[in-house]
Design a binder for this molecule. Sequence first.
Ligand SMILES: *Cc1c(COP(=O)(O)O)cnc(C)c1O
Length: 222
Amino acid sequence: MIDHITKLLEQIPPSVQLIAVSKTRSVSEVMEVYHKGIRHFGENKVQELIAKQPLLPSDIHWHLIGHLQTNKVKQIAPFVHLIQSVDSLKLLKEINAQAMKNNRVIDCLLQIYIAMEDTKYGLDYTEAEALLSSQEFKAMRNIRITGLMGIATFTDDHAVVKQEFQSLKHYFNKLKTDYFADQSYFKEISMGMSGDFAMAIELGSTMVRIGTAIFGERDYSK
Ligand SMILES: *Cc1c(COP(=O)(O)O)cnc(C)c1O
């Protein structure tokens, strides 16, 4: 595993944030990666995140990268570093409310739907614009939208994935111009996983979410 990480880090420029995706991994596996200097970890399930977080060092920045149910926001609001999977105004309102209770501002990414499969969560471009134009959004003081996240189609066809990453970058540019021109914090494009992060970086990714290439294949049978 140590070899994996050293080689991987060489392929990621310093301007790109590595998120080590630790879903299904034990606390001791996470600690091994932590000791290589990695401080950003991502989980896709609230239950798993809140089980691990208290057992691990407090200087870890935790990212929620999977679908988030409104009624679970309060469990992660005290500590979460970045919620990457905001896919509705309703969810954002609850994040804002829970952030207020915790006397903090929670950074979020809008998850934009870019894949061919229609089972994926996310907003399409029109829905993202509607959210950002709404008075409700403009009144929120305890959240900050720092960019976009996208999950490409799970396929070996690089042309498809490339086109999806390009569309996310394009959406980012448009939303930046129309809604965040003066907000330097709107700067993140979270795209790229183990199989496609090099291409994602070439196409403008600022955050890569990598599980398998760090920890090895996941075993869901455990
Ligand atoms: C599991 C997961 C990843 C990491 O996938 P790998 O192929 O193991 O690198 C990235 N993003 C999300 C949203 C995930 O659920």
